[in-house]
Design a binder for this molecule. Structure first.
Ligand SMILES: [Zn+2]
Length: 564
């Protein structure tokens, strides 16, 4: 009866998450004129998120023409130090939006529109939402030049197609063509005992299975002996034809004795759910081995929408004395696939290696809040910040607190507070909450200061303490010196850095007037482009104030001369 019921539920969820219809074909054209070679695919598993678009390689260069994928208007311009760097959003008449990220520069009319507003706001970072009539673009019109700005590891264009609800969709579904004749690669397979008393190969712990290559290109494994509720996990990547990059796959399906039990694919997701990637993967394995194993079963509190048909949450009930065939098929967008066959023998075992779980004094349910205070340090974990009921490992060590381990993910911020009422005011001003890495090196954790209590919100477990930053940022001119004639320079470059709490802000002026300096954190460089046309005098007083996260400031001043 139970099995029948769960099969019914499975069919129901298959209907509930029907395939996405009416995806326009040939509406969107390639945003670059070069053959599309990818360094990242849609849905690819990244740090704390699914990749929302295609990363298109730009042949190691910057400055390639980026073209509007279809006609529309520039609906959003977002310029930030991190993330997508300089990014453009084009809204199309059919309701979809395309996104272009890590740009070096925008096309002249858009660049002019942007700079006017950056100068008004006196800020490099800015977000604008132009109206439908302001910056209209035709399909194929050059809207920008490709770059490497923001959180980009090399020159490329990040390209997205979003639906009317701003959910990113797989651009390949729209006919954006990526050559691919290679099969997905499977490089890890694991079995997980889940239920109380369940075992795999006589153990209650995760078991790595050996993949045995078959003549037809598929894999099989040795028979898995198991009993009770179990599940599987797979490490798999896809390679496209024109690049060696290890990208994400499109679809994973699992069947038990020929009946579907789990089906997930990367057609569309929402940004709000993206962090649940940490719930899809075996996070503990990832944090210790840097390899992402996708679980082929889901917990009931996992809300990801990438699942199509899930029977009994993808978990298998293995009964003593019965044989089963579990088959996993991994498919890329072009339909190249890899199959793994796993024979399972139901075998009740008396002797089971117990779970490695460590029990502590601090047990918490994932759906309840947790709080504790000792030594003037308080910890608050909101409900549903954890994915699982957890024995927390917490240790108060003088001014430092260890809050569990970083191989357990947090979905929401926890709060850590430090009582600072006994610390003299001048000392307090230079202090911040720091996270200590495994070598004890501190890094700034965004610190909220009240007279008697400093707090931080963080999604990383680990050691936290208060640290003082007494040194102001360093400032070093790159292509000029005080008193120099620099008529030949097209720009003004300065390097800025801070050794401990990090750069909080900077402000540059020439003859008292604010000038735009673009900040590239990857090489610690500020750049002013003289073509902005705001430096018009021959003799110029340059002033730059750089402030760190506890308010230490460095003022750098220099005179330069320029013939315009
Ligand atoms: Zn990207």
């Amino acid at each position: 009866m139970k099995r029948f019921f769960s099969l019914f539920l499975g069919l129901f969820s298959l209907v509930a998450n029907a395939q996405i219809d009416n995806v326009p074909q040939d509406y969107f054209k390639d945003p670059l004129d070069i053959p599309l070679v990818l360094s990242g695919t849609f849905g690819e598993l990244r740090s704390n998120h699914f990749h929302a678009g295609l990363d298109i390689k730009t042949q190691g260069r910057q400055g390639l023409e980026v073209k509007a994928s279809a006609k529309g208007f520039i609906s959003r311009i977002k310029i930030q130090h991190y993330g997508y760097g300089k990014a453009l959003y084009v809204q199309h008449p059919n309701g979809y939006t395309t996104v272009y990220g890590h740009l070096k520069k925008l096309a002249p009319k858009i660049e002019e529109y942007l700079k006017e507003r950056q100068y008004n706001k006196e800020s490099y970072e800015i977000e604008l939402f132009p109206g439908a009539s302001e910056l209209q673009v035709e399909q194929g019109e050059v809207i920008a030049y490709s770059g490497n700005t923001g959180g980009s590891g090399g020159p490329h264009l990040h390209f997205e197609i979003r639906d009317g609800s701003q959910r990113p969709m797989n651009p390949e579904m729209f006919g954006i063509e990526i050559q691919d004749t290679r099969d997905p690669i499977v490089d890890g397979l694991f079995a997980y005992p889940i239920g109380e008393g369940a075992h795999v190969n006589n153990s209650a712990n995760r078991q790595k299975l050996r993949l045995i290559p078959q003549n037809d290109g598929s894999y099989s494994t040795n028979a898995v002996e198991a009993c009770g509720e179990i599940g599987f996990g797979i490490s798999t990547v896809d390679q496209k034809s024109l690049a060696p990059n290890k990208n994400g796959v499109y679809k994973i399906e699992a069947t038990l004795n020929g009946s579907p039990v789990m089906n997930l694919d990367f057609q569309r997701f929402s940004f709000a759910e993206s962090r649940y990637l940490n719930f899809l993967i075996d996070y503990e394995y990832y944090s210790n081995h840097r390899k992402r194993v996708q679980k082929l079963f889901k917990e009931s509190n996992n809300p990801l929408s990438i699942y199509n048909g899930v029977v009994n949450e993808g978990k298998l009930d293995i009964e003593d004395g019965l044989d089963y065939n579990y088959v996993v098929e991994v498919t890329d967008f072009k339909g190249n696939s890899k199959t793994i066959r796993i024979p399972i023998k139901g075998n009740f075992s008396g002797e089971i290696t117990p779970k490695d779980d460590v029990k502590t004094d601090y047990f918490t349910n994932y759906n309840e809040t947790f709080s504790i205070e000792e030594n003037g340090i308080d910890i608050y974990i909101p409900k549903n910040a954890l994915y699982y009921d957890t024995f927390l490992d917490i240790e108060f060590m003088g001014d430092t607190v260890k809050v569990h381990h970083d191989d357990v993910p947090l979905h929401k911020n926890m709060t850590i507070g430090f009582d600072v009422s006994d610390i003299p005011t001048e000392e307090k001003e230079k202090m911040f909450v720091a996270r200590l890495n495994k070598y004890g090196r501190p890094s700034y954790s965004t610190t909220y200061k009240k007279p008697t209590r400093f707090t931080t919100g963080t999604r990383s477990f680990g050691e936290y303490t208060l640290v003082s930053d007494l040194n102001p940022p360093s400032v070093r001119p790159v292509n000029f010196y005080d008193g120099q004639w620099i008529s030949g320079n097209s720009d003004l470059k300065v390097k800025i850095s801070d050794d401990l709490s990090g750069i909080q802000s900077f402000r540059a002026t020439v003859n008292g007037k604010w000038i735009l300096m673009e900040y590239e954190y990857k090489n610690n460089t500020l750049t002013h482009d003289f073509s902005d046309g705001v430096v018009t005098e021959t003799e110029n007083d340059y002033k730059l104030i750089v402030t760190d996260n506890v308010g230490n400031a460095t003022t750098y001043e220099a005179k330069f001369f320029r013939k315009n």
